[in-house]
Design a binder for this molecule. Structure first.
Ligand code: LLP
Length: 400
């Protein structure tokens, strides 16, 4: 991701910024398209993971659909050229204004999360003389074995309709003439790398589609949600998510009937490795117990470590590149990373104790002005930035 030219360019750029490597993004999208198209699966990109214009344009150019969770995401997806027949709208709290806008845009499907929401969409669609395509989001009570803050498919979560309510759902659907039932929707959580979780999900989807068919409904769409995780520990060696294994599980265990479509809503796996947050060391504070690297980026630019104790690899680009150049000058062909000598708590400038990217990070001796890369920041990074402390908006820089 970083060659000496790139680092030279960073040296002349104001920090902090998100650096997008468009080759990494395209390689990831190629892998996702190739692995999914083998089985005829349909992938919708979960816009919430990153709605940076250049990133979204690249994704749209592949012909993927868009999974949106707000009226603005629906509008943005359509403005970016996503086919409205491939736009879906999810979320537990869609406002009337958002539902009306999505009805006006003639999107493909609303993923509906409660019985009351079914009634409201029906009412609003009827008022416009339209019929809304809907899928029922079912809470499958499948444990994603991921961080509890990003688990969504358990009974105790607010998402989806629980299975004990399905009789009421069926009754409501029969009454609502302005709704067209398209299928069933699931999403069990995010950053899932254990394929067993998806196997369990397939079993639940199979049971649920039988239930609907037994009750007289035709299930055209099986929407399995998203959640495929990436390797935050090895962004270079293991950069591209394991799309092959992921889609293979569904092809093997999902009971797909003739005429059915299988839909996926991937966010993180499509964009996470394509960006790093680049910042500079403002100050080095050597204490008796702790050494601190104080960066010019903090929780306002990348919130994940503070919000979910999420791990992101951290590199000192200036010291690593100096070391590489020195080795090349010494004519040593083998380039290894400099010996990690010091443990630093890598922190941001925000007036909050929680503003820490990670404690005890092994890094080469670091100095004021060194460039620091926080890796795997393409998903839920820039989009979750804020201007708390009245900070400047974070900038983006692209490889091309
Ligand atoms: N579909 C639904 C209904 C979702 O709620 C989500 C994500 C996705 C698809 C896409 O999931 P993905 O493939 O990206 O895992 N901010 C957190 C992640 C929150 C995920 C929310 N839902 C983080 O930084 O880890």
């Amino acid at each position: 991701m970083f060659n000496n030219n790139t680092i030279q360019r960073f040296n002349n750029t104001e920090t902090p910024f998100y650096y997008y490597d468009m080759d990494v993004l395209r390689n990831t999208l190629d892998a996702c398209r190739d692995a999914s198209s083998k089985y005829g699966f349909h992938v919708h990109y979960a816009m919430k993971a990153n709605f940076n214009t250049k990133v979204v344009d690249a994704i749209q150019s592949y012909g993927f659909g868009a999974d949106c969770v707000s009226g603005n995401e629906v509008r943005s997806a359509i403005e970016h050229g996503f086919d409205k027949g491939k736009v879906v709208f999810a979320g537990v709290g869609k406002s009337d204004k958002e539902i009306n806008a999505a009805l006006d845009a003639d999107i493909f499907c609303f993923n509906v999360e409660s019985i009351q929401e079914l009634e409201i969409i029906n009412e609003l669609a009827a008022a416009k003389g339209k019929v809304a395509g809907i899928a029922i989001r079912i809470n499958p009570n499948v444990d994603a074995h991921t961080h509890h803050f990003i688990t969504t498919g358990l009974d105790e979560n607010k998402f989806g309709i629980n299975t004990w309510q399905l009789n009421d759902v069926a009754e409501t659907l029969r009454k609502c003439a302005s709704l067209k039932f398209l299928g069933i929707h699931f999403h069990v959580g995010s950053q899932i790398t254990d394929m067993e979780v998806y196997r369990n999900l397939c079993n639940r989807i199979n049971e649920m589609q039988d239930w609907f068919e037994d009750h007289g409904f035709t299930v055209k769409i099986l929407n399995t949600g998203g959640g495929l995780g990436v390797d935050y520990y090895n962004p270079d060696t293991n950069g591209i998510a394991d799309f092959e294994s992921y889609f293979k599980v569904f092809s093997k265990f999902l009971n797909v009937k003739p005429g059915q479509e299988v839909h996926f809503e991937l966010g993180r796996a499509m964009v996470a490795q394509s960006a790093s947050l680049i910042s500079r060391v403002l100050y080095v504070k050597n204490g008796q117990k702790k050494n601190f690297l104080i960066l010019d980026a903090g929780m306002t630019e990348l919130m994940r470590p503070m919000l979910y104790q999420a791990y992101h690899a951290i590199e000192n680009l200036s010291q690593n590149s100096k070391f590489k150049i020195q080795k090349l000058e010494e004519n040593q062909s083998e380039i290894v990373n400099p010996k990690s000598e010091i443990k630093y708590d890598v922190v941001g400038p925000i007036c909050e104790s929680t503003d820490c990217f990670r404690k005890d990070v092994d890094l080469p001796q670091s100095y004021r002005g060194d460039l620091i890369a926080i890796r795997t920041a393409g998903a839920y990074g820039e989009v979750m930035a804020s201007n708390y402390n009245l900070r400047d908006a974070v900038q983006s820089v692209y490889s091309e």
